[in-house]
Write a protein that binds this ligand. Structure first.
Ligand SMILES: [Zn+2]
Length: 351
């Protein structure tokens, strides 16, 4: 972390950023965001998993629009496919997971800056009846029964060291890892069992919709009419590597047909949940009719990349300096990682 901070400082002071960007004019940066929350909302609910603050997000867009040409995914695909000349210093903004705050908070800011963007939605969550298991776990850990001393996660008993935020945050990540050990498909059942030890369930708290709720088809209609692009994030948001070939095909075909039925628009873009894709997933995406698929491989996109495996750069859910933001957006961060100046936070992954 210290070495990376030193490296970023050196990049700024030596003017290496401009040299790097000039040398990489033929690449397109694709950034991944998820949900954002205002400071007031975070003060009310305070989810244990960090969320990007709205004021930080607005600042990022302001910086990015001054250093990049913000383009739509449609334009990026045309450039990467060779149908249009590559425009230097282009950047695409993408948003995964379909959180309600993408409609209420993110889109108004993007409109203010006239910034195009694409939103990838898991269609099985758009009817308001489901929530991400990780968000349900977050809420449950903050509302555990007061006399509980250990948290059972199937066969594992996690000791509850305290009820302060630091202890609960550690417990959340331990429980999350334990749930993931059962696999993404079984994690929902594991969290349902954990919720029995809590005094409140996220599903019963509409007041927390600002950080855990999803946009609906009406939001999508409205944003589409105003110029937002949308794509599939599958139906159930399960990493495709955990599914059989028929299940993968079903996730990709069903989400595409649901989207097209509800919106009347063609669904041609796909973001793989957690960036997880394999050969079967890519083949199924091709068969289902997707023109592009986005992973979370941390590097800028170039013409030699497969259109169904385009890389994207994620950002950590905390405040970044302008230089750190630009280092990541330009792809220099990957170079630092390759040189063993490791990132301090895992980036690019979904909830
Ligand atoms: Zn996701």
């Amino acid at each position: 972390m210290l070495l990376r901070t030193f490296a970023i400082s050196a990049i700024r002071q030596l003017g290496l950023m401009e040299l790097w960007r000039s040398a990489k004019r033929s690449q397109i940066s694709v950034l991944t965001f998820h949900g954002v929350c205002s400071a007031a909302e975070l003060g009310q609910a305070s989810p244990l998993k960090p969320r990007l603050r709205l004021d930080d997000f607005a600042g990022y867009i302001d910086v990015l629009r001054r250093h990049f040409r913000l383009i739509s995914l449609t334009e990026a695909v045309e450039m990467l496919s060779g149908y249009k000349p590559l425009s230097a210093r282009s950047l695409v903004l993408t948003f995964d997971d379909g959180y309600l705050n993408n409609a209420t908070h993110v889109w108004p800011i993007l409109q203010q800056f006239n910034a195009p963007a694409v939103f990838f939605v898991p269609t099985g969550f758009m009817n308001g009846e489901r929530l991400f298991w990780s968000d349900r776990l977050d809420h449950a850990v903050r509302h555990l029964q007061p006399d509980l001393e250990v948290l059972p996660v199937d066969g594992i008993k996690l000791p509850i060291a305290g009820r302060d935020r630091a202890s609960l945050t550690r417990l959340f990540w331990q429980a999350r890892r334990a749930c993931l050990a059962y696999g993404w498909k079984q994690a929902e059942n594991a969290v349902s069992a954990i919720e029995l030890y809590a005094t409140s369930r996220l599903a019963d708290c509409p007041s927390e919709a600002h950080w855990a709720g999803f946009m609906n088809w009406s939001d999508i209609h409205q944003m589409s009419a105003q110029g937002a692009e949308f794509g599939s994030h599958t139906v159930r948001h399960i990493p495709l590597g955990e599914l059989s070939a028929p299940e993968i095909a079903s996730e990709l075909e069903e989400s595409r047909s649901q989207f097209e039925r509800k919106t009347g628009s063609v669904c041609w873009a796909l973001a793989y949940p957690r960036g997880n894709c394999n050969r079967q997933a890519v083949e199924a995406a091709l068969v289902a009719g997707y023109r592009c698929g986005l992973t979370t491989e941390e590097r800028p996109a170039m013409r030699n990349h497969s259109m169904l495996m385009l890389p994207r750069v994620g950002l950590p859910e905390r405040s970044l300096s302008q230089t750190d933001l630009l280092v990541r957006a330009t792809g220099l961060s990957r170079v630092l990682s390759d040189l063993h100046f490791r990132n301090d936070t895992q980036t690019g992954a979904c909830t």
